[in-house]
Design a protein around this ligand. Structure first.
Ligand SMILES: *Cc1c(COP(=O)(O)O)cnc(C)c1O
Length: 390
């Protein structure tokens, strides 16, 4: 029970207060409302880079654009391939495909739902330019193994860190792992301005290239339309940055609560027969928990969907997990490998299984009370007990 007494009244999302209000007013008072005139985007980038241990951050319009821009400065384009998890949000592949490159779906680990090392190794070809680990729900992918693979093959890593604000791997922050990382600030993400995104860089040249490209190829001080490169307009506005500076300030406290609640909820879920919570790799020593995920192995997609509907009806913000990307119609528009969906499915049995048997709960659940974790597990056990087997 929380203060209101209702077991399923979880905190709202997004959360905001005087800090966000002050950020918006600061943005209003800037000499201009785009980043070239105001100071909020610049300040946010400094703060976000420092928070993640990166040399540079570049704020952009959204997480999909962050991935696209990061891939572009890493040399991804026509004739190249990028390895992506088959189990992820569609944008991981879309960003590759928008650049005229091929997105190659590869299977994930059944426990962490992150890129599988052996499957990644098997998918590397002479055309592979980059590999994109997705830190699923905040669980950092095996960056040791993937780092070794990438170095040996001479390919780049771009981390899809859309779920991983503030995550750590062996105590190292996302920006300290030696590769470009892309973040999202979309409404549901762990910090948000409704929309928004960012890249972090260890490398000065990649950052400079990305800065030019995110602003139609124009250097910061250009007054004579000397566009030095191509690119697009991916600039973030001052208002969003003002809000994001406040949101960054909430992250540590919220992450600490979510880590505690997940430790409890995960134990309770694991006690329910037929429920397997997402596993954690102990090397990921700070997990911000973008989702509370669990599998119902062998349940089948239809019954899984019915369980989700029943959880929602009982007040638990539950969702069916991502559909494997090769099962999405849009994936086949362009930039798909020269394989059929069934051939990819055969290579990616774990992604197929997870997309049919996995459920996730909104992270606002993990901002609830300890009692609410017991209530959620209790409701799930009841729903599984009462839902027909077939
Ligand atoms: C949200 C998300 C994105 C895209 O971010 P947007 O800001 O919505 O464009 C990319 N990858 C993953 C894994 C995501 O969850």
């Amino acid at each position: 029970m929380n203060e209101h007494g209702a077991p399923m009244e979880f905190p709202n999302w997004p959360q905001f207060g005087d800090e966000e209000r002050a950020g918006l007013l600061r943005a209003l008072g800037q000499p201009g409302w785009w980043r070239m005139a105001g100071g909020e985007v610049d300040e946010f980038e400094r703060e976000f880079a420092a928070y993640h241990g990166a040399a540079h951050a570049l704020a952009v319009t959204n997480g999909t654009h962050a991935l696209e821009l990061g891939l572009e400065v890493l040399g991804v384009g026509p004739g190249t391939e990028v390895i992506v998890p088959a189990f992820t949000f569609f944008s991981s592949a879309l960003a590759v495909q928008r650049l005229g490159a091929v997105a190659v779906p590869v299977d994930v680990d059944p426990d962490t739902y992150c890129l599988d090392r052996a499957a990644t190794e098997a998918a590397i070809t002479g055309r592979t330019r980059a590999v994109m680990p997705v830190h699923m729900a905040g669980q950092v992918a095996d960056m040791d193994a993937l780092g070794k693979l990438a170095a040996a093959a001479g390919i780049a890593i771009i981390q899809d860190a859309a779920h991983a604000h503030g995550a750590r791997w062996h105590g190292r922050r996302v920006g300290e792992l030696g590769s470009v990382a892309a973040f999202s600030f979309q409404n549901g993400k762990l910090m948000t301005a409704g929309e928004g995104g960012a890249l972090v860089f260890a490398d000065d040249d990649l950052y400079e290239a990305a800065f030019l490209r995110h602003s139609c190829g124009r250097p910061r001080d250009d007054r004579h339309y000397r566009h030095r490169t191509g690119g697009s307009n991916f600039r973030l506005n001052e208002f969003s940055a003002g809000v994001l500076r406040a949101q960054l300030g909430r992250l540590d406290e919220q992450t600490a609560v979510r880590e505690q609640r997940w430790a409890l909820l995960r134990t309770l879920l694991a006690e329910i027969p037929a429920v397997v919570p997402q596993g954690s790799d102990p090397r990921c020593d700070r997990n911000p928990h973008y989702m509370a995920m669990f599998r119902l192995p062998g349940i089948g997609e239809q019954r899984r969907n019915a369980v989700v509907d029943e959880l929602v009806a009982r007040g638990v913000p539950a969702f069916a997990a991502f559909r494997a990307i090769h099962r999405i119609a849009g994936f086949w528009e362009r930039g798909a490998p020269d394989e059929t969906p069934d051939e990819i499915a055969e290579r990616c049995p774990v992604s197929e299984a997870i997309s049919a048997d996995c459920v996730w709960l909104h992270h606002r659940v993990l901002l609830g009370t300890q009692e609410q974790m017991h209530a959620v597990a209790g409701v799930l056990a009841e729903v599984l007990d009462s839902s027909p087997r077939r």
